[in-house]
Design a protein around this ligand. Sequence first.
Ligand SMILES: *Cc1c(COP(=O)(O)O)cnc(C)c1O
Length: 452
Amino acid sequence: MNKYDTQTLQEYDRRYVWHPFTQMKEWEEDEPIVIERGEGSFLIDTDGTRYLDGVAAIWTNVHGHCKKEINEAIKAQVDRLEHSTLLGLAGEQPALLAKRLVDIAPPGLCKVFYSDNGSTAVEIAVKMAFQYQQHKGHTGKTKFISFTNAYHGDTVGAMSVGGIDIYHDVYSPLLFPTIKAPAPYCYRCPMETSDSSSCGKVCLKELERLMADHAHELAALVIEPRVQGAGGMITQPEGFVRTVRELCNKYDVLMIADEVAVGFGRTGAMFACEKEGVTPDLMALSKGITAGYLPLAATLTTQQVYNAFLGEYRELKTFFHGHTFTGNPIACAAALASLDLIEKEQLLANLQPKIEYLKDRLNSLKSLVHVGDVRQEGLIGGIELVRNRATKESYHWEERIGVLVCRAARKHGIFLRPLGNIIVVFPPLSISLAELKQLMDGIEASIREVTE
Ligand SMILES: *Cc1c(COP(=O)(O)O)cnc(C)c1O
């Protein structure tokens, strides 16, 4: 093995690597942790320091790091085939995985289009929805409705349906225009209702008004079901997704569910839509699909959408889209091994006590003077820090209170990444109760140290 010392690796990183979502001027002045190994819920750096992985390798990890069964499935696949193509050929692993995905997906989703990251999974859904309406002769239905504060990825189409101003504003001349509906955020309702319990209702009312006005020009609606992830782990009131589905039916608008962050057990159900008995017309999957091992994504859709693309070649109804590494067999093998483990280890059933424990711990954090709101969906937690709890006055974003808390957490052996003033709890789903306790103890201590 290599064995470059930590300083050399830090030096190479500083000199040659441009990090995502990172002010590199600041990064260059810092000494980054260099991760070398993973073990279950832990990441281990080049000096041997262990960090509990509180963000599950950026919301992807399901069974822990270096899980034996997945490692073996990948090794076995590498010795059979590393890659071919789905352009003109079928493949063993992508065929097997497509069947498995359809078996577990909300009923009615029966076709799988592969790509390799969450942004492309959403782009594909957007393009499919657009072209579907064209093929159906609804030539005026060319627009999309999406939500304020939404995040669907960083490519141009995915940004267009996104709604996080600090990420997207600079690119606005590049984006296609969309109709923005207010997303419920009970703690700070965008409709400025003072009664947090009615936030969902007023948002839905406004959504219906927008959909009624624009139905003739709407191809599809895009939603992160149950929880807006990058927007701050903002949970939706019970029944919200179901009502969105009903409105899509009523106004003949396709529903695109972006389950990139919430799919594969994260919410306590296999898919978030399941919790509301909803089948979207298109569903985007990525992050957890390979349990955090390899880049892979899938856009699932219905027979109805698929059928609209069938015709003679000269009719040009083909879906003209495809990525080079579409359906990569190694990634598919990892995904199949993960699905086997989810079943064999009864992942969903075993999540319940952890979800309950997280609930208790989040609730008790409400007593801290600078915790304004706590939110939970399955094994996702969001802790919103505020300067003043009575007035809900935020910390100014330039204070970067979230960053400071996550910095402090490192001394407790925990790696976290915040979203603005929101501390995110997003551990591997395989985390043990003892490790979850360690994580929440460390988060609580870090919040106290920085804010009190
Ligand atoms: C992460 C994420 C994406 C983008 O996925 P990438 O693989 O980073 O392109 C899209 N939608 C949601 C909800 C996400 O959390």
